[in-house]
Design a protein around this ligand. Structure first.
Ligand SMILES: [Zn+2]
Length: 202
C-alpha cells in the first residue's frame, strides 16, 4: 500500500504486517480497517486506518489516513509569533523536500530568536555566544545553536553542500527544542522555583 513515510518524507510502498477491521453493528457497510505497515526504506512502523466507501455498487477502501507517525510538529504557543511563523515556514520547506532551504530557514529562526532576546551583535556567532553569557541558553543549547548556525551557513553559501531529509528533520527538531526550552520549559522551571521558594518562606 502506498503511504507517506514521515521519516523518509516520501511516498513508499509499505509492507503490510497485519490488519483488522472494526465493524459498526448498526451500519454493516461502515467500519474501519486498521493496518500495521513497515516502511521498506527506513523499516520504521506505520499505522493507518481506512473507511470502506460504497460507490458503483461496490465497496472500496478509502484513502488511508496516517495514525502513526503523524509527522506533526508541536509548536508551543508560548513561542513568540514571529518565531512560530519562521518555524512554520521551515516545516513547509521540510515537508516539500527542500532540505537545504530548511537549514537556511532554521538559521534565520535562530537569528530571529537572538534579535527578540536583544542580543544583536555584529554576527550570529557573537550573538549566540551572548545568549549563553547572559544565561538565556545553557551550554548544551549553545552547542546546538552554534551547530545550526554553521549548517545554515553551509546551506546558504556552499553550492556543493547536500542535506538529506534526516539532516533537515534533525536541524528542525533542534531548532524547535531550543525555542521550546527557552520559552516554555525555562519559564515553567523559573515559576516552579519561585513557587517553592514562597512555600518554604511561609
Ligand atoms: Zn521510511
Amino acid at each position: 500500500m502506498v503511504v507517506e513515510c514521515h521519516v523518509c518524507n516520501i511516498n513508499v510502498d509499505a509492507i503490510e504486517h497485519g490488519s483488522y477491521r472494526v465493524d459498526n453493528p448498526l451500519e454493516p457497510l461502515e467500519g474501519e480497517i486498521y493496518k500495521f505497515l513497515k516502511c521498506p526504506k527506513c523499516k520504521k512502523p506505520i499505522l493507518t486506518v481506512q473507511n470502506p466507501e460504497f460507490f458503483a455498487d461496490q465497496i472500496h477502501l478509502g484513502t488511508p489516513r496516517l495514525l502513526f507517525p503523524t509527522g506533526d510538529f508541536h509548536l508551543n504557543p508560548t513561542i513568540p509569533e514571529q518565531l512560530r511563523k519562521s518555524l512554520q515556514e521551515s516545516i513547509q520547506c521540510y515537508r516539500g523536500g527542500a532540505n537545504t532551504a530548511t537549514a537556511i530557514m532554521c538559521r534565520r529562526t535562530i537569528e530571529g530568536f537572538c534579535s527578540l532576546k536583544d542580543v544583536k551583535s555584529g554576527n550570529l556567532a557573537e550573538s549566540i555566544k551572548k545568549l549563553k553569557e547572559t544565561g538565556i541558553i545553557n551550554k548544551q543549547l549553545f552547542e546546538w545553536a552554534n551547530q545550526l548556525r554553521l549548517l545554515g551557513n553551509e546551506a546558504a553559501h556552499n553550492i556543493d553542500s547536500t542535506f538529506t531529509s534526516t539532516d533537515a528533520r534533525d536541524i528542525l527538531d533542534f531548532t524547535i527544542a531550543i525555542l521550546d526550552f527557552s520559552y516554555s520549559f525555562k519559564q515553567k522551571f523559573d515559576d516552579f522555583i519561585e513557587r517553592r521558594k514562597n512555600i518554604n518562606n511561609r
